[in-house]
Design a protein around this ligand. Structure first.
Ligand SMILES: *Cc1c(COP(=O)(O)O)cnc(C)c1O
Length: 350
């Protein structure tokens, strides 16, 4: 018998979105990847890095990438930490702020991985629900949990919280407010000003969605230098390899390419949303690179299966609050046209 820690033995573990072996035979709209390739400057930067220099350790501070991010977002690099995927920095925030038996919280539905990370740490997990109009339910006037994770834009639903609401919420917490802005590049507003103004707000970002770099594992966080210094103590000292650092710096630098991709996705999102409504689906207006939509008969499983049979992969959640619909990533216009065609074939149900 192996003597695992209790919490590890008991926890279920996170199940990431399905990645099929024969990925090329699918229209893959299930993990919010970007349909466009990374910037040519990113490919070039990685290629330049491949060579004899790989025998040397990378820069432990990811200095060039942090400087590039600092210029772009208007922060001194001491306010920025690079991460091996934003999942890494979410994990390290829990390790920095929530000890064993202490509480963290997040909104349900949102990104359930926060809960998994907290379970590994032995922290307690609390969730706050949402009203019909997408307001968090039941957060005490003064909440003393160590961390509250707010996914903004919300995933999988796609709506956003106002900056007024987020600022007020931060003032009600004795712990940290982590605004997970994984999808903010597809939205209109960011909480970066709140990071500057309030001492308990952290913003996390990822390169996996808007920068087309899910395969590189890159993210970052922006927070007060004291918070960044704590996170630096916890992370692997060489958390970003040389290729990842080169990719991050080039991706942030090539804003023209990035803005063009984001604009195309937003345009396709508007078109796809209108088409879904035209065929009778309920669609939540989305600020992400996905939409959450429900068929007329509110049977998400039926439509998931119908799309799967036509080699179109989307995300269906069995959670009772989400099982009536599907989260569909915005791909290219052509992929979304084929998806609408498939949904018409599948029909409204009943
Ligand atoms: C994709 C996603 C992440 C993880 O991003 P990585 O950088 O790929 O680890 C974090 N939060 C949310 C809400 C996401 O959707």
């Amino acid at each position: 018998m192996i003597a695992l820690r209790q919490n590890i033995a008991q926890m279920a573990g996170y199940v990431p979105g399905f990645q099929p072996d024969d990925v090329a035979s699918y229209i893959k709209l299930n993990t919010n990847e970007n349909p466009y390739p990374p910037s040519p400057q990113v490919i070039q930067a990685i290629a330049t890095e491949v060579g004899e220099g790989l025998r040397r350790y990378p820069d432990a501070a990811s200095r060039l990438a942090r400087e590039e991010a600092g210029r772009l977002y208007g922060f001194d690099p001491s306010w920025i930490i690079m991460a091996n995927g934003s999942d890494e920095v979410l994990n390290n925030l829990i390790r920095a702020f929530a000890g064993e038996g202490e509480e963290i919280a997040y909104i349900h539905p949102s990104y359930s991985y926060y809960g998994t990370l907290a379970e590994v740490q032995g922290a307690k997990v609390r969730t706050f629900g949402l009203t019909e109009s997408f307001e968090p339910e039941g957060i005490p006037e003064h909440y003393d949990g160590k961390l509250l994770f707010l996914t903004n834009p919300n995933a999988p639903l796609g709506f956003t919280f106002s900056q007024n609401y987020i600022g007020d919420l931060a003032g009600r917490l004795s712990g940290m407010l982590v605004v997970d802005e994984a999808y903010v590049d597809f939205a209109e507003e960011t909480s970066l000003e709140l990071v500057r103004a309030l001492d308990n707000v952290v913003v996390t970002r990822t390169f996996s969605k808007s920068y087309s770099l899910a395969g590189m594992r890159l993210g970052l966080a922006i927070a007060r230098p004291e918070v960044i210094a704590a996170l630096n103590k916890i992370r692997d000292h060489y958390n970003l390899d040389r290729l990842a650092q080169a990719a991050a710096t080039a991706a942030l630098h090539d804003q023209a390419y990035f803005l063009d991709c984001v604009a195309k996705i937003k345009e396709t999102r508007a078109w796809f949303t209108a088409e879904l409504k035209r065929i009778g689906y309920r669609v939540i207006p989305s600020s992400g690179n996905y939409v959450f939509a429900s068929p007329p008969d509110r049977d998400g499983t039926r439509v998931y299966q119908g799309l799967y049979d036509r080699k179109i992969l989307v995300r269906h959640f069995t959670d009772p609050k989400l099982s009536h619909g599907l989260r569909i990533t915005i791909g290219t216009k052509e992929e979304m046209e084929r998806t609408i065609q498939a949904l018409i074939e599948i029909g409204p149900g009943q």
